[in-house]
Design a protein around this ligand. Structure first.
Ligand SMILES: Nc1nc2c(c(=O)[nH]1)N[C@H]1C(S)=C(S)[C@@H](COP(=O)(O)OP(=O)(O)OC[C@H]3O[C@@H](n4cnc5c(=O)[nH]c(N)nc54)[C@H](O)[C@@H]3O)O[C@H]1N2
Ligand SMILES: Nc1nc2c(c(=O)[nH]1)N[C@H]1C(S)=C(S)[C@@H](COP(=O)(O)OP(=O)(O)OC[C@H]3O[C@@H](n4cnc5c(=O)[nH]c(N)nc54)[C@H](O)[C@@H]3O)O[C@H]1N2
Ligand code: SF4
Ligand SMILES: [Mo]
Length: 737
């Protein structure tokens, strides 16, 4: 491999910060030097501590470099052939005995587009099962469902991050970028420097909330009432944009009636946010010409997450703040490929290009690309938690790629027990995660810097992650795993030929499969991604019209235009190349002319407040909410292997208010037992006035005694099937002795 710097992207969150990597010739295997990559516009060189230290996880000391198989209860090293044969033997016999739907597949939003695509295809045409879902269900599924209802398409942000500093007001609802996307905080700082205002809605005064002009601290699980109360005031104060509502939306009367039932005083009682604060928020949001609402996991990870996001979208629509320059609703997606991972078919109900598995035309199109009979494609399967809950019962064997549910799934002790009850579990991972440790076979796979692939960041910008170094001996790519399993498990000879191991070949097929779909990638090539530093979908191939139903802006001046024009001028008049249409420039901004609904209008959704699935009572009097800290990533499988990050964030804690601490007789650092109807976790107290006195907060990054997810409630949103990670009832006690 060359010793020059390779421009690539971080393996972790949805910002997908750019960085340069150079192999270190004299260092240990996998050692690379990381340097700033200033040409990538999203982070302009800045990285958080996780991104900066990500190369440490490449070193073979902290990772798996040999397949492992279970023998007499223990995981022992094996050859790749032994491990793959074990998997195909076990999956084959479960299928023979119990039918294809007894096989389950669980994917991840960190997988590249190519892997997500290949995994969905493998599940449907090699295993023949409907039982696939992925951890993205736990992430942005509520925002996705609400976006589809209101706008007809789900793309996290319908505009690039660079628009944020130029709008007038941003409401950040349950989002803590100071910890979860530090390089993006700059966009909000610049907003305020430009005279714009920032409102943060969070039960905790986070480092993000500290930057805000106005911080609203609602009781966890009450964002729906809060948004309805704000809409009520918008109507009462005559701030509705009547002309916009008439021309660009449908369903206002019903939504208006629902909001009018939510009086400010009633909303104050539910949320704890005072009427003057509500009025101030409305004034700040409505004063400038343009404004945005951005949600993240706070309001979304609720059993009413879809309705809650719908209520915030209604607020944008009533005030004319969607589908106009510098205005709109957006969701800040989480994982590295959180956006692309939900578009190409690892979701239970989905086919590539964001097509629906139950749509006959979609089935025909994709089946043709795959060279199979549309009737042979299974139907929609169970959602993530429902799939995990069915393990050992209806689903007897599981193949898992890119998630660590023992730590990250709700009601985690139960999920762990379900995983243990499987006839067979295979896990592909880069480290021995807590979930991999339960497996019958573990496959060690290549990591971000060792393989090429595309991801789609939170803006809908498709990016090329490039291979920068040679992987260690003994590891293979996820694409290789699927190829080899297709060879062993295919119901007809040669099926593995449909599973190439070269990512660009997979992408070429993904382009065709997505063509004409909502998330149309057909006009995107690896070459363009390399030259243009990313392309926003939809980007149809030149002879197609956008699949998202128009409403899109043709971005001016995509790189290469000038070059093409010069080339054109140089060609003789009758040269066939002259007739080639210009490539589609991609779509940084959606909805400017019309929304992606059949009639081009956005839909108001009538919603009403309802309580959380579990409210505090005498037995469990305190609210628990959960989330993240800056120095650990998700289940911690990768970041807990980096010493510097462990020093910064060594373990779990329970954040609580001094008043609650006094009532419990707890001092800073004392061990607290937090108990819910599902389990008990123990972690030291961290006392701060930055949290509401009725609420405790725990980060979920750790296994063991302080595992927050043994407490959380798997109550599901009826539409998105999102579990209620952000609110459940607990009791808290100090642990004596
Ligand atoms: N350091 C770090 N960064 C990450 C990740 C990580 O694990 N670690 N993960 C990535 C991923 S996959 C994701 S999804 C994103 C998540 O990014 P965020 O959504 O910013 O992260 P969270 O900490 O889960 O939740 C955000 C805030 O919601 C608040 N909150 C809790 N309950 C409620 C409520 O009922 N209402 C409201 N309004 N707010 C509430 C919490 O106090 C918290 O501050 O981060 C990404 N970036
Ligand atoms: N209580 C609570 N729980 C939560 C949340 C919360 O806010 N509160 N948030 C939820 C959210 S938003 C999310 S996104 C989930 C995330 O939780 P998880 O799904 O557990 O996510 P990770 O910890 O990122 O797990 C990814 C695993 O895949 C491995 N891996 C990384 N890259 C690859 C690859 O390319 N191939 C393969 N085969 N493996 C790879 C990693 O080493 C790791 O073991 O957690 C959810 N759980
Ligand atoms: S903000 Fe996200 S993408 Fe950027 S360096 Fe940190 S973890 Fe990586
Ligand atoms: Mo996430």
């Amino acid at each position: 491999m060359q010793n020059t710097a390779t421009p690539t992207h971080c393996p972790y969150c949805a910002l997908q910060c750019g960085m340069n990597l150079t192999p270190a010739p004299d260092g240990p295997a996998g050692a690379v030097a990381l340097t700033e990559r200033a040409d990538f516009p999203v982070n302009r060189g800045a990285l958080c501590g996780k991104g900066r230290t990500a190369p440490q996880v490449l070193s073979s000391r902290v990772r798996l470099t040999s397949p492992l198989v279970r023998s007499e209860g223990r995981l022992v090293p094996a050859t790749w052939d032994e491990a793959l044969d074990r998997i195909s033997g076990a999956l084959g016999s479960v299928r023979a005995e119990h039918g294809a739907d007894a096989l389950g597949v669980f994917g991840g939003g960190g997988l590249t587009n190519e892997k997500a695509y290949a995994l969905g295809k493998f599940t449907r045409i090699v295993l023949g099962t409907s039982q696939i879902d992925y951890n993205g269900r736990f992430c942005m599924s509520s925002a996705a469902a609400a976006g589809i209802k209101a706008f007809g398409v789900d793309r996290g942000l319908p505009f690039p991050l660079e628009d944020i500093p130029r709008t007038g007001c941003v409401v950040l609802v349950g989002s803590n970028p100071a910890e979860t996307m530090p390089p993006a905080l700059r966009y909000f700082t610049e907003l305020r420097e430009n005279g714009g205002t920032l409102i943060v809605v969070d039960p905790r005064r986070t480092r993000t909330a500290e930057q805000a002009d106005l911080h609203l601290a609602p009781r966890p699980g009450t964002d729906l009432a809060l948004a309805l109360g704000l809409l009520h005031l918008v109507v009462a104060e005559g701030r509705v944009d009547e002309e916009y509502v008439r021309e660009r939306t449908a369903g206002w009367e019903e939504a208006r009636a629902a909001a009018m039932a939510h009086w400010p005083e009633y909303v104050e009682r539910i949320t704890g946010v005072s009427v003057p604060e509500l009025r101030e928020a409305v004034r700040m949001f409505c004063a400038p010409e343009a404004a945005m609402v951005l949600t993240a996991r706070g309001p979304e990870q609720q059993s009413k997450g879809t309705d809650t996001v719908g209520a915030w979208i209604n607020l944008c629509l009533a005030t004319g703040r969607a589908g106009r320059p510098l205005s709109g609703y957006g969701c800040l997606t989480g994982q590295g490929n959180g956006q692309g991972g939900r578009e190409h078919g690892q979701k239970a109900d989905q086919l590539p290009g964001y097509r629906k598995l139950d749509d006959p035309a979609a089935r025909r199109h994709v089946a043709e690309v795959w060279g199979v009979d549309p009737d042979a494609l299974p139907g929609p399967g169970r959602s993530a938690y429902e799939l995990l809950d069915a393990l050992g019962r209806d689903v007897k064997a599981l193949l898992l790629m890119g998630s660590n549910p023992v730590v990250s799934a709700p009601r985690a002790a139960h999920v762990e027990e379900r995983l243990r009850s499987l006839d067979f579990l295979a896990v592909a991972d880069v480290v021995l995660s807590e979930t991999a440790a339960l497996a019958d076979v573990v496959l060690p796979v290549t990591q971000w810097a060792e393989e090429t692939g595309t991801t789609t960041n939170l803006e809908g910008r498709v990016l090329l992650r490039r291979r920068a170094i040679t992987p260690p001996e003994g590891v293979r790519s996820d694409l290789h795993v699927l190829h080899e399993l297709a060879a062993r498990l295919g119901t007809r000879q040669g099926l593995e030929k449909k599973f190439p191991t070269d990512p660009e070949e997979v992408f070429e097929e993904l382009r065709r499969a997505s063509a004409g779909g909502v998330a149309d990638y057909s006009g995107i090539t690896y070459r363009r991604l390399a030259e243009e530093n990313g392309v926003f979908w939809p980007c149809p191939a030149p002879d197609r019209s956008p699949g998202a139903g128009g409403g899109t802006e043709r971005a001016a001046g995509a790189a290469g235009d000038g070059e093409d024009a010069a080339l054109d001028a140089a060609l003789p008049d009758d040269d066939p190349a002259r007739a080639l249409p210009d490539p589609h420039p991609g779509t940084p901004r959606l909805f400017l002319d019309r929304f992606a609904t059949p009639d081009g209008r956005a839909r108001f959704v009538p919603v009403a407040h309802r309580p959380a699935a579990e409210e505090p009572d005498d037995d469990y009097p305190v609210l628990l909410t959960t989330g993240r800290v800056v120095s650990q990533y998700q289940s911690g499988a990768q970041t807990r292997r980096v010493a510097e990050l462990n020093r910064a964030a060594p373990g779990p804690f329970v954040e609580l208010h001094p008043r609650l601490a006094a009532r419990l007789g707890a001092a800073e650092g004392d061990l607290l037992a937090v108990e819910s109807r599902r389990g008990r976790a123990v972690a030291p107290a961290r006392i701060t006035t930055a949290i509401r006195p009725d609420t405790v907060f725990m980060p979920f990054h750790w296994p063991g005694e302080g595992r927050a997810n043994v407490l959380t409630n798997p109550a599901l949103d009826p539409t998105s099937r999102m579990p209620e990670f952000k609110v459940c009832a607990v009791r808290v006690e100090t642990v004596r002795g």
